[in-house]
Design a protein around this ligand. Structure first.
Ligand SMILES: [Mg+2]
Length: 309
């Protein structure tokens, strides 16, 4: 799971919104290596993951601790993860905010959590480890409300956590991921009816409802609902891990978040050996990189008793 999150994130980060830089995603696309992002302002290095993975690590570390899963402890973990490893990839506004604070309390005091962006969904994959569905939904809600206290962001966090749990346990019993998630998000009518529309998409469909409304060429926006739609479209239509990664990125736009969530979920029960060799081999191995993620996965396995973490 964690390596899937990190690989999807690191690979996707090389292509994040490159359409906005006047480049063609299809021309730039290379599935034989990690790319660094072509815009030097991103300061992104090939094989390096971004905020999606770092915040997922923060969630995992809270799950592993004996502390309560509440906004204070989660905020502390997010601040701590960033301060000990100041990576790039956060939105510039959020990164400036993180640079300006020193504790979770300060984050809670000063942040206005009214965003509909996908920042909650992108760190919800680890919540699939929670077996009890009510608890899983409560944790996903706490996770969303901390930074994204809007119906769509809460529904996105719940959906991603549920999908992750589904893939961990009994994916085989559900042919369609939408059949599983939709009953849980009925209290979010806009989100629910959007997912119903996305459920009709096949590989041959016009995919524009997943993409930027004004200009589909800009790919999947940072929006929570659209990101969840893109992830569910991918999971519903692609079962092979390398296809999940490739097709997530080829949707364009917020490629690192869509690929990170999709691959993190899809990798729950599948061996990463299905992916091209570079994916694992060239993934960042800095202090909180590959080896750290493997060790964190071992600890989660010990606590939650699962495999492939
Ligand atoms: Mg990111």
């Amino acid at each position: 799971m964690l390596l899937g999150i990190a690989i999807g994130d690191a690979y996707g980060a090389g292509y994040e919104f490159i359409e906005k830089n006047g480049l063609s995603l299809r021309n730039e696309f290379n599935f034989t290596k990690y790319q660094s992002h072509p815009n030097p302002k991103h300061n992104h290095q090939s094989g390096m993951y971004t905020d999606d993975t770092q915040m997922s690590i923060g969630v995992c570390e809270l799950l592993l601790s004996d502390k309560e899963f509440n906004s204070q402890n989660l905020a502390d973990n997010f601040v701590n993860c960033y301060k000990r490893d100041q990576i790039v990839g956060y939105s510039s506004r959020f990164q400036d905010f993180l640079d300006s604070i020193n504790s979770g309390s300060e984050m809670l005091e000063r942040l206005n959590p009214s965003s509909k962006r996908n920042g909650a969904a992108m760190r919800s994959v680890p919540l699939g480890l929670i077996e009890d569905k009510k608890m899983l939904m409560d944790y996903a809600t706490v996770n969303a409300k901390l930074t994204h206290n809007t119906p769509q962001a809460i529904a996105s966090s719940i959906s991603v956590a549920l999908l992750s749990n589904l893939y961990l346990n009994d994916k085989e019993s559900y042919i369609n991921v939408f059949d599983y998630v939709l009953p849980f998000v009925q209290d979010f009518p806009i989100f629910h009816s959007y997912l119903q529309e996305v459920s009709k998409l096949t590989k041959d469909s016009d995919l524009s409802i997943l993409l930027n409304k004004d200009n589909p060429k800009l790919g999947v926006p940072c929006n929570a609902m659209k990101t969840t739609g893109a992830v569910m479209y991918i999971l519903n239509n692609y079962q092979v891990l390398s296809d999940v990664l490739k097709e997530s990125v080829l949707l364009g736009g917020d490629t690192d978040s869509v690929a990170s969530i999709s691959l993190g979920i899809a990798a729950m029960n599948l061996s990463l050996e299905e992916l091209p060799e570079f994916c694992l081999q060239d993934l960042t191995n800095h202090k909180f990189g590959k080896e750290y993620l493997i060790e964190l996965g071992r600890k989660l396995d010990g606590k939650f008793g699962m495999l492939n973490l």
